[in-house]
Write a protein that binds this ligand. Structure first.
Ligand SMILES: [Zn+2]
Length: 455
């Protein structure tokens, strides 16, 4: 029979559990998930393999125009490296363009993306200080009609006009978000703290200074301030790339007071500490917020395992090795690092080496949890019958080492160089189409679909 693919004998793991089941795909959809399916189909033997829902990287910046240049990974390149990591959906960002309303800013980004994306995508829409006009409520309504209900605000970056700092405006945004069922996500670094430190700074500006110029206390303070505004409006609040134990503690405190707070972290903050900022390669590890201490890494890994952190995404924002190393002054180093491809490999390895919770908990933070928060569940993030056949077949058997030359980012380096990882993504399906198999990329640049977010 044409159009039928049967994945047999694998161990199926979704956020809801682990079981020995077969998965039958018909064209773009999952037709059936059950033990021992027998039918005439193209059979893929997944003995000894895990079968996961396609992963979601809920925080990416592919083809980001920034600081007079553009990031290394274009939409086609981003899609390609994502497939090597089993990622079939990304949530990228639409900047709030100067002089443009939110709907037009979204349209601007969608137009940039439409011909280049080979995997599916949706967007967080930036709501920046420079464009916070009196008609903002109306703009949010319009935006939601376009299929985007997650917003991104900045608590810092006055110089670019991103900063949203007035309590009155912040509260207004939470009020409208609550009314419209939208989710406000925030980059949390308290600007007054950062401006104060930088005004009195007497040290150098080498990469290691980055961690002291933007310390963990600034993250905690921003979470406290913006989170309390959300709490007063009884509105949920989502902290992007939480980087520190102090930040985590601020989240715990808000929850203790009754706030609904969601937290995201990245493998960067889980597995790399500020020692990487020392030495010649220091610039390669500059991103914001900065790397913290080993203690912070441990606290974040623990919080992912115990469910205090809901999403692990990457903040993939890649510049080439050459671009990164062109400066060793933190004020001018291009900020950001790659990571989508490494995301699940690192999470799986950490779990494999210390399986204190079920694998479904790890799968949850890159499938169901982000899909639910960003309004694309169960089409994405599940293996429910009738949903998109986005599937990853993962071979856990072999150990290998991440090196600059075995990842697929155009940045031409991996921040995790030398890390030994357990197993690899063997096959990636998107809507029933094989996108990557045994190291060979099979995607097509314009086949990615924009996913409208629902309530
Ligand atoms: Zn980001």
């Amino acid at each position: 029979m044409s159009g039928l693919i049967l994945i047999k004998n694998g161990t199926v793991v979704t956020a809801d559990g682990v079981s020995k089941k077969d998965v039958l795909i018909q064209d773009s959809r999952i037709l059936k998930v059950a033990p021992a399916i027998d039918c005439e189909a193209q059979v893929i033997d997944a003995s000894g393999m895990y079968v996961f829902p396609g992963f979601i990287d809920a925080h990416t910046h592919y083809h980001l125009v920034s600081r007079g240049t553009v990031t290394a990974d274009s939409f086609p390149q981003g899609s390609r490296l994502a497939c090597y990591g089993g990622v079939t959906t990304v949530v990228d960002f639409a900047d709030h363009q100067k002089g443009m309303n939110l709907k037009d800013s979204l349209a601007f980004r969608l137009n940039e993306m439409k011909d280049g994306m080979a995997i599916d995508y949706t967007l967080h829409q930036g709501v920046y200080g420079h464009g916070f006009t009196p008609d903002i409520e109306k703009q949010l309504e319009e935006l939601k009609k376009q299929g985007v209900r997650t917003l991104k605000i900045f608590t810092t970056y006055r110089e670019t006009g991103y900063l949203l700092e007035e309590r009155e405006k912040i509260k207004k945004l939470f009020k409208y978000a609550k009314k419209l069922g939208m989710l406000v996500t925030a980059h949390c670094e308290y600007n007054p703290t950062i401006e104060e430190i930088s005004a009195s700074w007497k040290g150098d500006f080498l990469p290691h200074a980055h961690a002291d110029l933007r310390p963990a206390e600034a993250e905690a303070k921003a979470i406290e301030f913006y989170g309390s505004c959300a709490l007063e409006e009884d509105c949920p609040f989502y902290v992007v790339h939480c980087s520190s134990e102090a930040g985590l503690n601020a989240i715990r405190e808000l929850r203790r007071k009754g706030g609904t707070v969601y937290a995201e972290t990245t493998p960067t903050y889980m597995f790399l500490d500020r020692k990487y900022l020392e030495g010649e390669d220091g610039p390669l590890y500059v991103m914001t917020p900065p790397l913290r201490t080993e203690r912070d890494c441990v606290a974040l890994r623990q919080a992912v395992l115990n469910g205090e952190i809901q999403v692990v995404a990457t903040d993939h924002c890649s510049f080439t090795r050459e671009q990164k190393l062109s400066s060793c002054d933190v004020r001018s180093i291009y900020p950001g690092i790659p990571g989508t491809e490494e995301l699940f490999h690192l999470l799986f390895t950490a779990w494999y080496e210390n399986p204190v919770v079920g694998l479904e908990k790890i799968v949850n933070v890159v499938t169901k949890s982000p899909a639910q928060l960003f309004g694309i569940y169960p089409e994405k993030g599940s293996l429910e019958e009738g949903t998109d056949a986005d599937i990853v077949i993962y071979d856990p058997s072999e150990k290998w080492v991440l090196e600059d030359n075995n990842v697929h980012t155009a940045a031409l380096y991996t921040p995790y160089r030398g890390f030994e990882v357990q197993g690899h993504v063997k096959m990636t399906f998107l809507r029933g189409r094989l996108m990557m198999a045994d190291g060979k990329y099979l995607g097509e640049d314009n086949k990615g679909v924009f996913l409208k977010q629902h309530d």
